[in-house]
Design a protein around this ligand. Structure first.
Ligand code: CA
Length: 454
């Protein structure tokens, strides 16, 4: 039977089956087909290894969540970068949720879990300190690289169109609207996928900058992504703080609109990170560096415009993001329809960036950013104020910038690609606030809305 007649028979069968959903699935399936082999560039070539670079072990199990932050892991796997550095058996495993990733790192690959993977911040620190693990067990972790900057945003349900959901909510009237909803007994409900980490911080920062107290003026809650989108569709969820492809998907499916990009709240902000169990890194330091080198090369690959279409094809596969490529093409170009007018902003500097940005390295794990995440945790009472006195100890234990530097040298990176200082210096936010890593307390003092706990 020829290919086309087979297709015809299959189509006829599906239509006879009568389900329009099946037809829709078939259509949707078209854009989920793997890129044809002719679209793919050759995989990276294996490097000759010396005793200094031969990994002690060739296998590792790494977790990822199907959002843009995971692209370097997926590309390192698919384009042969892990193999290039002798890591011939790296398994990347899709995690059902952040909670599942946390549970899997706690048991490690020897217990059927993972050795490392993608994290929101400060999950590696909270896991290391035993704050979010089961039974408060301390599982020391090492942060090896930042995976990306930006690529996240806050989506608002369609029913709130025209209510002033913009970057500056105080000026647009959105802040009064949210407070009025609370007054009338129908508080605004917004979700993130895991509490006390990035997405929770981004929406809190945005709201608080306009005088909204995120703990009093609305309901913020942790809800799985798919459920949040379903709830936004039915009108029982009002907002979602999350990463692409989710926000863009909400716009494409006409469930809501993008109110704000994290790139607008804090341009070139640290987003998600790659971290592994410290016992694994210390047992297999050369393998850890081989993984790191592969990820760094994958980040460089992801940042090249000529690889964009191939990257979209790979990421959209069912085993990875499982979305049509159209849902991620515009975000990667920094093209977003923003606000309720859906005016298109096109700025590559607001897109997800993987390797470099105008502030420096994207991949290098600046210690000053880890300090911001700990400071912001204190701001909202997620961690007691006393943790600031321990921040140096915690960051020095968890931050693995020395591994990043060694990996960068082994890759013979140009010196301008290797930051000199573990601090990126003063950070500026959209509302004029500044975070000086030398003075975290001054930053906390400058913020009007906070819930610091001693
Ligand atoms: Ca994110």
């Amino acid at each position: 039977m020829s290919h086309s007649s087979l297709n015809l028979t299959r189509r006829r069968f599906l239509f006879t089956a009568g389900a329009s959903a099946a037809g829709a699935m078939l259509l949707k399936g078209c854009s989920l087909n793997p890129p044809s082999p002719t679209d793919l560039s050759p995989k990276a070539e294996a490097l000759p290894l010396s005793p200094a670079t031969t990994p002690e072990i060739t296998a590792a199990k790494l977790g990822f969540i199907a959002i843009v932050e995971s692209a370097p892991l997926i590309i390192a796997k698919e384009k042969g970068f892990f193999e290039r550095h002798g890591m011939t058996n790296v398994d990347i495993s899709k995690q059902a949720s952040w909670g599942a990733a946390r549970d899997n790192i706690e048991i490690g690959s020897t217990g059927g879990g993972i050795d490392g993977g993608q994290w929101q911040m400060p999950m590696p620190h909270l896991i290391s300190e035993g704050i979010i693990t089961k039974g408060k067990r301390k599982i020391p972790m090492v942060v090896l690289a930042k995976l990306c900057t930006q690529g996240n945003g806050i989506a608002i349900a369609k029913k709130h169109t025209g209510k002033g959901f913009e970057l500056d909510l105080a000026k647009s009237g959105g802040a009064d609207y949210i407070k009025d909803l609370k007054q009338s007994g129908t508080p605004f409900r917004a979700a993130y996928t895991f509490p006390k980490v990035n997405q929770d911080f981004w929406i809190r920062y945005w709201l608080a900058a306009s005088g909204i107290n995120p703990d009093e003026d609305l309901n913020l809650l942790a809800v799985p992504a798919a459920q949040t989108v379903a709830n936004m569709r039915t009108g029982t969820m009002d907002g979602f703080s999350t990463g692409d492809p989710w926000p863009y998907r909400i716009v494409r499916d006409k469930i809501g609109f993008l109110a704000v990009l994290t790139a607008q709240i804090w341009q070139y902000h640290p987003e998600e990170y790659f971290a592994m169990r410290k016992d694994w890194v210390e047992k297999y330091p050369k393998a850890a560096k081989a993984i790191l080198k592969a990820l760094m090369e994958a980040q460089m690959w992801c940042s090249k415009p000529e690889n964009r279409e191939e990257m979209l094809g790979i990421l959209s596969l069912r085993k990875y993001f499982n979305v049509p490529t159209e849902f991620i093409r515009d975000p990667y170009a920094g093209e977003y329809p923003l606000g309720d007018t859906k005016q298109v902003v096109k700025d590559p500097n607001q897109a997800t960036l993987y390797w470099k940005d105008p502030r420096g390295s994207v991949s290098y794990p600046y210690q000053s950013h880890e300090l911001w995440f700990l400071t912001e945790s204190v701001r909202w009472g997620f961690l007691p104020q006393g943790i600031l006195g321990e921040a140096d100890r915690i960051i020095n234990t968890v931050n693995g910038e020395k591994y990043w530097r060694e990996a960068a040298k082994e890759l013979e990176l140009a010196s301008q690609d290797i930051p000199e200082d573990p601090s990126r210096g003063i950070e500026k936010f959209f509302d004029g606030a500044e975070f000086d890593p030398q003075k975290p307390q001054a930053y906390l003092d400058s913020l009007k809305i906070k819930s610091i706990k001693t």
